[in-house]
Design a protein around this ligand. Structure first.
Ligand SMILES: [Fe+2]
Length: 425
């Protein structure tokens, strides 16, 4: 018999994660909370209400006797995309919501927190195993939104001609690194998560464990750096149709791409990039960030390499310590790694930048989405997107693992996305 894990075992995590979200709001003025600079960007006010709606909808209304929803219409405003739960406000219009005020949203958070704390103290609850699991889902969901808040805030601050800073952090100076190409035997390997919470939290899209055959391969020891990407730019990379997939080339022409997102030319002719600490010179040794799958793929073709598959990435990452530059480091910007971790092997596999892979985001063989409405969490997005691995400088460290699959459209650049090269042996 498996021992039953108590509900109160998740209460400290609940309080910690919820508090962290609010700490991330500390540098904000009231004017910052409600701005939506493009349809993909959600205002901070919406993010912090939506994660609260998640606990209210999936846990409190179902499992806390006598729970009263904070406001009957909030479910419409703060449901994101759960068709089976009810209607929702259009995503591109989240920034139109002057009410509720930010003060009312914080009151909503306090109302839900008080109810959740009470529920998590009910050790005798008949549904305690379900509540515990759903609380873990809610906390991991909130951590995803912490990352999205920072990602979206960067877009908001970057769209202001004053180039204001969310916070002021001095990034460490960096040095160029020794590159190597660790090799891997491949063969018949297994990837994916075991699907047991005893092996740590996981999303349904990471399951089940399954076999994949890999030819022998090598991975670059480091993600591609800004300095290396500038070489591509200076070689006319953005102007050479032979380097780009057809859809990518159409996007380059249509969008007028000449450099990674958030980069701008300085008066002296160098490159600067918008960061959450304002406009900063581009660090040549830091991983290139805010590039699309299209740009990563074109760079790889230019240099005669390729992007790794997600299976190649996972096999290489398995067993490495989850170390790196994460949200907890409070830099919110990728930095040039050094050779002190990973030694001759792979460095910066975790943290700094999400790494695009060559793998379309699709279901693993035997994949079963979660039951009920939470089956809409991941599975219905398995179309036209690519997998990214490893987490970034805005991902909470405890949120990431070798099996974690992030996914975005190949043209997307506002995420903290970079890449590392691979080659077949
Ligand atoms: Fe969400």
């Amino acid at each position: 018999m498996k021992p039953t894990l108590g509900l109160n075992s998740v209460q400290p995590a609940y309080l910690r994660v919820r508090r962290r979200t609010e700490t991330l709001c500390d540098p904000l003025e009231v004017d910052d909370f409600n701005i939506q600079t493009m349809p993909d960007v959600s205002p901070v006010k919406w993010h912090i209400a939506h994660v609260t709606w998640f606990f209210e909808t999936f846990i409190l209304t179902n499992y806390l006797d006598g729970y009263k929803v904070f406001h009957p219409r909030f479910a419409h405003l703060f449901n994101s995309y759960y068709e089976t739960v009810g209607t929702f406000h259009p995503r591109p219009e989240r920034g139109f919501l002057n009410r509720p005020t930010i003060k009312e949203v914080f009151a909503y958070r306090a109302h839900v927190d008080a109810a959740m704390v009470a529920l998590l103290e009910d050790e005798g609850h008949d549904d305690r195993e379900t509540i515990r699991f759903l609380t873990l889902v809610g906390l991991n969901h909130e951590q995803q939104h912490q990352e999205l808040m920072l990602t979206d805030l960067k877009h908001v601050f970057a769209n202001n001609p004053l180039r204001p800073a969310y916070h002021d952090v001095t990034l460490p100076s960096t040095t160029s690194k020794t590159h190597s190409w660790p090799s891997f035997d491949g063969g018949l390997v297994e990837i994916g998560h075991s699907g047991s919470l005893r092996d740590g939290y996981f999303y349904d899209n990471e399951t089940p464990v399954h076999k994949v055959y890999l030819e022998p391969y090598r991975l670059a020891s480091h993600p591609v750096s800004n300095g290396e990407f500038i070489e591509f730019m200076e070689d006319g990379g953005y102007g050479r149709s032979d380097l780009w997939l057809s859809e990518a080339w159409a996007t380059v022409r249509d969008q007028g791409w000449l450099a990674p997102f958030y980069w701008e030319k300085t008066e002296q002719g160098g490159w600067a990039q918008m960061t959450l600490s304002g406009l900063k010179p581009v660090d040549l040794n830091a991983p290139v960030c805010h590039v699309s799958f299209f740009e990563a793929d074109a760079f790889a073709r230019w240099v005669g390499k390729r992007l790794p598959s997600e299976a190649e990435w996972e096999v290489a990452a398995r067993g490495l310590p989850i170390e790196g530059n994460f949200q907890e480091d409070d830099r919110f910007n990728p930095i040039g790694g050094d050779d002190s971790y990973g030694g001759e092997g792979l460095t910066q596999m975790f943290g700094d930048v999400w790494e695009w892979t060559a793998s379309p985001y699709s279901a693993y063989p035997g994949f079963k989405p979660l039951g009920g409405s939470l089956g809409e969490y991941n599975g219905k997005f398995m179309c036209s997107q690519f997998v990214l691995r490893g987490g970034s400088c805005v991902t909470p460290k405890e949120h990431i693992r070798p099996t974690y699959r992030n996914f975005f459209y190949p043209k997307d650049r506002w995420q903290f996305s970079g890449f590392r090269l691979a080659e077949s042996v």
